[in-house]
Write a protein that binds this ligand. Sequence first.
Ligand SMILES: CC(C)(COP(=O)(O)OP(=O)(O)OC[C@H]1O[C@@H](n2cnc3c(N)ncnc32)[C@H](O)[C@@H]1OP(=O)(O)O)[C@@H](O)C(=O)NCCC(=O)NCCS
Length: 169
Amino acid sequence: MQAKTPEQSRTVMTDLVLPSETNPLNNLFGGELLARMDRAASIAARRHSRRIVVTASVNHVAFNRAIPLGSVVTVEAKVSRAFKTSMEVYIDVWIEDRESGDRAKANEAIYTFVAVDETGRPIPVPEVSPETELEKERFIAALRRKQLSLLLAGKIKPSQASELKALFD
Ligand SMILES: CC(C)(COP(=O)(O)OP(=O)(O)OC[C@H]1O[C@@H](n2cnc3c(N)ncnc32)[C@H](O)[C@@H]1OP(=O)(O)O)[C@@H](O)C(=O)NCCC(=O)NCCS
């Protein structure tokens, strides 16, 4: 299978924040943002693998900045690294200033998707070939994040988390 660049899976979804999607402070409800990110990330994983994909885990979410009612929100997802059957998808969330049109980073998240066949069994995916400095940084750190996610899920032992151990050596 030929490696693909993160750009080849890049998925951008832009939408408004409507009143039914807000919390009592009139900011975007966290669950609504999680759903938007999941949708964009699953399309990115599908573009990378050209397979059926399922969400295996949400590794990290940072709600750094509240997103007010009426905001124009852009969710941008790219596959940052692929392993054997799983893919890490990095999601950046931007909001757009109404008058200037300038974009500001609001949130980010990292999801893991697994490519599966029609019976739900994991199947191999192409590798990722990062191009930009940021893509290279995210690619390198993805292995550490995978090990942390598997460790927290009880799927590997601490002794198998070599990348995490290296952080403390
Ligand atoms: C995700 C799923 C396919 C994994 O199946 P599994 O039997 O655990 O398969 P494996 O153990 O072979 O894992 C498959 C890959 O997922 C990775 N993985 C599994 N759990 C993970 C986790 N918590 N974090 C990171 N990666 C994980 C494994 O490391 C493996 O990656 P690799 O092949 O690239 O090395 C299966 O658990 C599933 O179908 N879950 C439900 C998915 C779903 O319905 N999502 C929507 C939410 S309702």
